[in-house]
Design a binder for this molecule. Structure first.
Ligand code: BGC
Length: 252
């Protein structure tokens, strides 16, 4: 497949916006990754400008673009913005970005993108039954994938456990802010993952987010029955999953 035919994935995060063309046959980048700092404020206008700059590095491509958003996304419209600019709420991001880039753009929740990528190419490749992919970062993102099919916008980071919203108690940002030891953090994660286990009886739990590269420090300390493994695609999962979503949407 020529480079121009590869869909482009964009990972829109709180600190950086990263993008690359993705070879969906292998689940790898088909060209160099570009990264630009997230603008302040990060509203639809400023972010569109950054996206234009990102894709302009690949001028010949007309293939669809997939974009991750750290919030609920329904039919291209952003419905929640726990950790991003509130101006996104109610925005038809598919429309705004398609107009800005003059290319077909599809947005998807960031954890859903990572989940799809892990199931298709990563730590949960070939697994049947229910796989729950969680991302531990500023918040906690989640993806529910059953036999390869995504149930979007599960938002399990917002589960309330013992009167506390899970992501405000157990996200990686909380570990950093409260300077928790790995053991103390793992205790909080044990409570969290036991709740997921009780509610969903998954076959496999995948733990992603930047901190998954330090999985050996905390994953063995999480005491649950379900198999739990670190994500395999690390910080590439969002870009790869976004490109996958764009390509699938284009085929519908
Ligand atoms: C948002 C989710 C997102 C997660 C990870 C949460 O605060 O509600 O939509 O997937 O953070 O970024």
């Amino acid at each position: 497949m020529a480079l121009m035919e590869h869909p482009f994935g964009i990972d829109f995060g709180g600190t950086g916006i990263k993008g690359a063309p993705v070879d969906l046959a292998t689940g790898t980048f088909a060209g160099p990754k570009a990264k630009i700092d997230t603008p302040r404020p990060a509203n639809p206008e400023t972010v569109s400008a950054v996206f234009r700059q990102l894709v302009s590095g690949f001028p010949s491509s007309t293939a669809a673009v997939g974009v991750t958003v750290p919030g609920v996304v329904k039919h291209g419209v952003v419905w929640s913005a726990a950790n991003i600019d509130s101006s996104w709420i109610g925005t038809d991001a598919d429309e705004v970005f398609t107009e800005a880039l003059q290319r077909e753009v599809h947005v998807v929740n960031d954890a859903d993108a990572a989940g799809l990528a892990e199931v298709e190419y990563g730590a949960a490749k070939g697994r049947r039954g229910l796989v729950i992919v969680t991302t531990l970062g500023t918040g906690i993102g989640s993806a529910l994938v059953h036999d390869g099919v995504l149930v979007p916008n599960s938002e399990l980071g917002h589960l309330e456990i013992a009167g506390k919203v899970a992501e405000r108690h157990a996200a990686n940002s909380v570990r950093e802010r409260e300077e928790l030891s790995w053991a103390d953090w793992a205790q909080r994660l044990t409570t969290y993952y036991r709740t997921l286990e009780r509610l969903f009886s998954p076959e496999l739990i995948v733990v992603g987010g930047g901190v998954s590269k330090s999985a050996e420090h905390f994953l063995p300390l999480i005491e649950i029955e379900t198999e739990i493994v670190p994500a395999a695609l690390r910080n590439k999962a969002g870009i790869i999953g976004a490109a996958l979503v764009a390509s699938r949407a284009g085929r519908q």
